[in-house]
Design a protein around this ligand. Structure first.
Ligand code: 3H9
Length: 698
C-alpha cells in the first residue's frame, strides 16, 4: 500500500510502509528552484512528523537528478529558503534521509546528496561540481562536505575542473556509498529498506572528520595561478576547502559569502552568459522543421578540413565516403583520419574497438559517382568559386533526391554556389573550424533558397557531432571571419603606429585570450592571410589604410611556425621575438613617415575590442547573426574568446554603448574610413538599451 501527497507543484511525498519517498519533479533538469527547496524542506518536515515513516529517501523524476541550482534565479534577489539552509535542514533531520541520484547530480544537486545520510547512485550516474564553469564555487556546502566524504584532493579536483565524474569513480572515492541498477524510485525504496534492516549505515556528513591535505592544496594553488589567473572563483574555492578543517557552520558561512559576492562578479556574469549562449543558439526560426535523416556523409577533399570533418563524422557514428581526385591525396586524407582517431584512443577519449568500428565505416574513393547514395555531402576543397561551382554542378547530377549539399567554405557566397545546381533549396553552408574534429563551433550558413528542413538538418548534425551550431546569413566571412577580417586590421595598425607585436599579444593574453593575434597568425600560417589579401587586392578601396608588414614578412619566406620564423622565432630554445620582423616593422614605419607612439596595454585592448565590437554590432544589424548572443557563441566556441568575458557583445554591454560611440568617434579623428559608428550602437547609446535587451526581444 502506498499513499502519495503533493507537497507542492514539484515535490511529492509517497509513503510506502515505513519509507517516505520524496520525489523531485521539476523538468527539464530538476534544477533546485525556490519551489524545489521549499518543497524539500516541507517534505522532510512532514516525514519527520509522520509516525508511520522511519526513513526518508530522496529521488527525482525525469531524465536526471538535480542538475544544480536554478541558474535563471542568479542575479535576481535571493528567494528563501536558500539551498544551504535546505540542505542543513536535511542533514539535521532526526530521521535518516538518504538520496538515490540518477543521470547527473551536479552542483547544488550533488550538494543535496552530500547532505543526506547515505547516497545510493543509480548505475549510469555522473556527478560533478561545475560551478567553476559559471565563475562560482560550490555554494551549498560542497567545499565543506566534499572533503569530509572524499578528501581534499578529490574535492579540489572536482571543484576546480568542473568535470563530471562517473558513479564508479565517485564510489571509489567514498563520495557515494553504493551503485545499484534500476529505476530511481525502486533504488531509493530498496536503499531505504536497507537502512531499515541495518545493512546500509547512515551518518551525518558534517560530523565526519577532515584530514588536511597540504600537498593537494599546494598543487591546486599552483595550478590555479598558472592556468586560471583570471578566475576570481578558483582561489576562493581553494580557500573554502582549506577551511573545511573547522566547523561546518563556519566553513559554510565563508563559502556562502564568497558565493554571493562571486555572483555579482563580472567573470561569473560572463560565464553564465556563455552557458546560456551555448543553448540559445539552437533557438532558430526553423526549429519546428523536421530534419532529414542522415546516415551516410560524403566528404569531398582529404586536406586538413576534409579529414577533420570526416573524423568528426566517423566519431559521431556516421558512415563516411571520402572523395579525392588523386590516389596520393586520398592516402593522405585516410592517413590524417587514422592519425586523428589513434590520437583520440591514446588520449583516452575513444576505446580502441570504437576506433576500429569508425575506420570500418570509412569508404575512400576517387570517384565522385560514389556519392550517389549519401544523405549529405560536405565539400571541403580549396576556396575557389569556379572549382566549387563545378563540384556543385556535378553533385546536382550525381546525388539522390533529398540529399543535402553543403559547402565548408569559410567566406564564399553560398547563393552563388547554390546557383550551380537545379536544387538550391538543398544547398547550405556548413562552416567547420579547424581542427574540425576538435573545435566545437559549426556555422550553419543559410542561403536565400535553403529549405527550412535543410537548416534543421544542419542543426541536428551539429548536435549529433556534439558541436554548437550557430545560424549565419550569407556575406563575406559569415559571422566569425567577417568580424575577424575587420578587427584583425587593428592589430596591424597598432604595430605600425608604435606597439610591438609582443606587446599587442601580451596585452590581449592578459585580457584573457589564450593567444594574441600575432601568435595565432604564426600558428595558422601567415601565407594563408597573404593569399587572401592578394585575392581581395583588386577590390581594396583606396581610402583604406593598408599595412604591408605581414606581406613583407611573407615575401621573405617567413610563414610563421611552419617555417620556424614569423612574428616570432621558433626553435629548440622555444619562442622569442623575431629581430628581422622588428626591422621590417621599422622600415615600414620609416617608409610611411610614421613616428612610433607609445601605447599602454589598456589602449591596445580598447582599440582591438572596440573594433571587434563595432563589426559584431554591424553583423547583428545586417541580420547575419540572429541575435547578439549568437555572435558571442561564435567567438566563445570558435575563436578562443575568454569565457569569463561572455563574448564580444556581452563584453560590450559591460562598457556601454555611449562609451563605445565616444571611443569610435575619437579613433575616427585619425582614420575616419576605418572607424565609424554602427547605427545600432548609436541608437543604443541614445535610448540606453543594451545587447542583452536585444537578446530578450528575439
Ligand atoms: C549551483 O548548483 C550552485 C550551488 O553550488 C549553490 C547554490 C546556492 N538552471 O543543457 P541542456 C536548462 S550552480 C536552470 O540543453 P542536456 C537549459 O538552459 C549550477 N536551467 O540539456 C536548457 O533550457 P532551454 C551548477 C538549467 O541534456 C534545459 O535546461 N549546475 C540548468 O544537454 C536543458 O539543458 C550546472 O552548471 C540549471 N542549473 O544537459 C549544470 N541546467 O531548453 C548545468 C540546465 O530553455 N546543466 N538548464 O534552453 C548542465 O550541465 C546540463 O544542462 C545537463 C543536461 C548536463 C544537466
Amino acid at each position: 500500500m502506498s499513499e502519495t501527497r503533493a507537497i507542492n507543484d514539484v515535490i511529492s511525498l509517497e509513503t510506502v510502509g515505513k519509507v517516505g519517498l520524496v520525489c523531485i519533479d521539476n523538468p527539464p533538469v530538476n534544477a533546485s528552484s525556490q519551489a524545489v527547496r521549499q518543497g524539500l524542506l516541507d517534505a522532510v518536515a512532514a516525514a519527520n512528523d509522520d509516525d508511520a515513516i522511519e526513513v526518508i529517501a530522496i529521488y527525482a523524476a525525469g531524465r536526471t537528478f538535480v542538475a544544480g541550482a536554478d541558474i535563471k534565479e542568479f542575479g535576481k534577489p535571493p528567494l528563501q529558503p536558500s539551498l544551504p539552509d535546505t540542505i542543513n535542514a536535511i542533514e539535521a533531520s532526526a530521521k535518516p534521509v538518504i538520496s538515490a541520484p540518477h543521470g547527473t547530480a551536479l552542483g547544488g544537486g550533488l550538494e543535496i546528496c552530500m547532505g543526506t545520510h547515505a547516497r545510493v547512485g543509480v548505475k549510469g550516474l555522473r556527478v560533478g561540481l561545475p560551478e567553476i564553469n559559471l565563475g562560482l564555487l560550490p555554494g551549498a556546502g560542497g567545499t565543506q562536505r566534499g572533503p569530509r566524504l572524499m578528501g581534499m584532493e578529490h574535492t579540489l579536483d572536482m571543484a576546480l575542473s568542473g568535470r563530471m565524474v562517473t558513479g564508479e569513480e565517485a564510489l571509489g572515492w567514498g563520495l557515494i556509498d553504493r551503485l545499484e541498477d534500476g529505476a530511481p524510485r525502486d533504488v531509493a525504496l530498496s536503499a531505504a529498506e536497507a537502512v531499515l534492516d541495518g545493512t546500509l549505515p547512515t551518518r551525518r556528513t558534517g560530523e565526519l572528520p577532515v584530514e588536511v591535505d597540504d600537498a593537494a592544496l599546494d598543487a591546486a594553488r599552483k595550478m590555479v595561478e598558472k592556468k586560471m589567473p583570471n578566475l576570481a572563483s578558483a582561489p576562493k574555492c581553494i580557500e573554502a576547502v582549506e577551511r573545511a578543517t573547522g566547523s561546518v557552520e563556519d566553513g559554510m558561512k565563508f563559502e556562502r559569502e564568497c558565493f554571493m559576492s562571486l555572483l555579482k562578479h563580472p567573470s561569473s556574469e560572463g560565464m553564465r552568459h556563455a552557458f546560456f549562449a551555448e543553448r540559445a543558439v539552437s533557438k532558430i526560426p526553423e526549429a519546428n522543421a523536421t530534419p532529414r535523416e542522415i546516415r551516410k556523409i560524403g566528404v569531398i577533399g582529404g586536406g586538413t578540413m576534409g579529414s577533420g570533418i570526416a573524423t568528426a563524422a566517423l566519431t559521431s557514428g556516421f558512415a563516411v565516403r571520402l572523395i579525392e581526385v588523386a590516389q596520393d591525396g586520398l592516402d593522405r586524407g585516410v592517413g590524417a583520419i587514422t592519425k586523428n582517431l589513434d590520437g583520440a584512443v591514446k588520449r583516452g577519449k575513444m576505446a580502441a574497438d570504437k576506433r576500429d568500428a569508425a575506420m570500418a565505416r570509412l569508404e575512400p574513393s576517387l570517384n565522385m559517382e560514389d556519392l550517389a547514395d549519401v544523405d549529405l555531402v560536405i565539400e571541403a576543397v580549396f576556396e575557389d568559386m569556379g572549382v566549387k561551382k563545378d563540384i556543385f554542378g556535378q553533385l546536382d547530377k550525381i546525388c539522390k533526391a533529398g540529399a543535402v549539399l553543403a559547402s565548408n567554405t569559410s567566406y564564399l557566397d553560398i547563393n552563388e554556389i547554390a546557383s550551380a545546381t537545379s536544387r538550391p533549396e538543398d544547398v547550405i553552408g556548413l562552416h567547420f573550424f579547424s581542427p574540425a574534429n576538435i573545435m566545437r563551433l559549426l556555422e550553419v550558413v543559410v542561403a536565400d533558397k535553403t529549405a527550412p528542413e535543410v537548416v534543421a538538418t544542419g542543426f541536428a548534425l551539429a548536435k549529433k557531432m556534439k558541436k554548437i551550431g550557430v545560424r549565419a546569413g550569407v556575406c563575406d566571412g559569415f559571422i566569425g571571419n567577417r568580424i575577424l577580417a575587420y578587427y584583425g586590421k587593428t592589430a596591424g595598425y597598432l604595430v605600425e603606429d608604435g606597439a610591438s607585436p609582443q606587446q599587442v599579444d601580451q596585452a590581449l593574453e592578459n585580457f584573457g585570450f589564450a593567444m594574441g593575434p600575432f601568435k595565432v597568425g604564426d600558428l595558422a600560417g601567415l601565407d594563408i592571410g597573404w593569399a587572401n589579401r592578394k585575392r581581395m587586392a583588386p577590390n581594396r578601396p583606396n581610402a583604406e589604410r593598408y599595412v604591408r608588414i605581414h606581406d613583407k614578412i611573407c615575401e621573405e619566406g617567413m610563414f610563421g611556425r611552419k617555417t620556424g620564423q614569423g612574428f616570432y622565432i621558433y626553435d629548440d630554445n622555444g619562442i622569442r621575438p623575431n629581430p628581422r620582423t622588428l626591422e621590417i616593422i621599422d622600415e615600414e614605419r620609416a617608409a610611411k613617415g610614421i613616428t612610433p607612439k607609445r601605447f599602454t596595454d589598456e589602449e591596445i585592448v580598447e582599440r582591438y575590442m572596440t573594433a571587434m565590437i563595432s563589426e559584431a554590432a554591424r553583423v547583428v544589424e545586417d541580420g547575419i547573426a540572429l541575435r547578439p548572443i549568437d555572435v558571442d557563441a561564435v567567438f566563445l566556441f570558435g575563436y578562443g574568446f575568454p569565457r569569463f568575458r561572455g563574448g564580444p557583445l556581452h563584453y560590450a554591454d559591460t562598457i556601454g554603448a555611449k562609451e563605445l560611440v565616444a571611443r569610435i568617434e575619437r579613433f575616427a579623428e585619425d582614420d575616419s574610413y576605418y572607424w565609424n559608428v554602427p547605427d545600432i550602437l548609436r541608437r543604443m547609446a541614445a535610448d540606453g538599451t543594451t545587447f542583452a535587451d536585444l537578446n530578450k526581444e528575439s
